[in-house]
Design a binder for this molecule. Structure first.
Ligand SMILES: Nc1ncnc2c1ncn2[C@@H]1O[C@H](COP(=O)(O)OP(=O)(O)OP(=O)(O)O)[C@@H](O)[C@H]1O
Length: 224
């Protein structure tokens, strides 16, 4: 579904993503792991072509659309969730007719269907759920979720994890970047641990007898 080969990014002469290669198979939930500054968000931005690469290739399966939920979602504060989805759907070129069908479904899935509240009054949980709904516009096969549980309380995180599990069951392929190893272990099939831009460990859920946290600490050498 997604193949990254020898990805490289240099910022101010510093190599922040260094010859990074990994593949995500169809139907998988795949994790990008690593300490702060390891290069995860930069990798995601290169996959999405939001920033230029300094080397390497990104290949997506033919015709596959991508939905993206950013690390810190920002929407126009004076719009309601419904209006935000209408705006982004329009930017994507989705027809008005399709949006009339899609938006209520997405709002329902995000638990925001009753809400005429403007985004400026949204809680963090509501914002993250709206960001996911936005990523699902147009029913993309591949989802890239950058820290989808950032700032959420325990219930919010649980709900987000259930949603991700449901999306996997529906056949979505999901690339997820998160620091919350328990969450990752709950929903992800495989992943990679990055350190200083490099791949240092390929993780497969349940393969070794160790928890992801144990593996992470072993590999990273404690939280940096
Ligand atoms: N626009 C930029 N200009 C210069 N340096 C940058 C830029 N964006 C990121 N970096 C640097 O690149 C490195 C990797 O950053 P990145 O945001 O990809 O890490 P991350 O693994 O996503 O971290 P976090 O978990 O904290 O979000 C860091 O050292 C960061 O300071």
């Amino acid at each position: 579904m997604l193949k990254c080969r020898d990805l490289r990014k240099i910022y101010q002469k510093k190599c922040v993503v260094d010859n990074l290669s990994f593949s995500v198979k169809e139907g998988e939930v795949f994790a990008l792991l690593g300490s702060n500054g390891a290069g995860k968000t930069t990798t995601i931005k290169m996959i999405l072509e939001l920033i230029p690469k300094d080397g390497g290739t990104v290949k997506r399966a033919h015709g596959v659309q991508v939905g993206y939920s950013p690390e810190t979602p920002y929407f126009h504060p004076f719009l309601t969730g419904r209006e935000v989805l209408g705006f982004y759907g329009g930017l994507q070129g989705i027809s008005k007719e399709d949006l009339r069908r899609e938006i209520p479904e997405l709002l329902k899935r995000a638990g925001l269907e009753e809400s005429n509240t403007k985004v400026k009054h949204y809680s963090k949980g509501m914002l993250q759920r709206l960001a996911l709904a936005q990523a699902l516009l147009g029913d993309p096969k591949l989802l890239i979720l950058d820290e989808p549980t950032a700032g959420l309380d325990a219930m919010g995180r649980l709900e987000m994890m259930h949603t991700i599990q449901a999306l996997k069951k529906e056949g979505k392929t999901i690339l997820i970047n998160s620091h919350i190893l328990n969450d990752i272990e709950r929903v992800c099939d495989r992943g990679i641990i990055m350190k200083k831009g490099r791949l240092i460990y390929e993780w497969e859920n349940g393969k070794s007898g160790k928890s992801l946290e144990e593996i992470f600490v072993e590999q990273i050498g404690g939280i940096e």
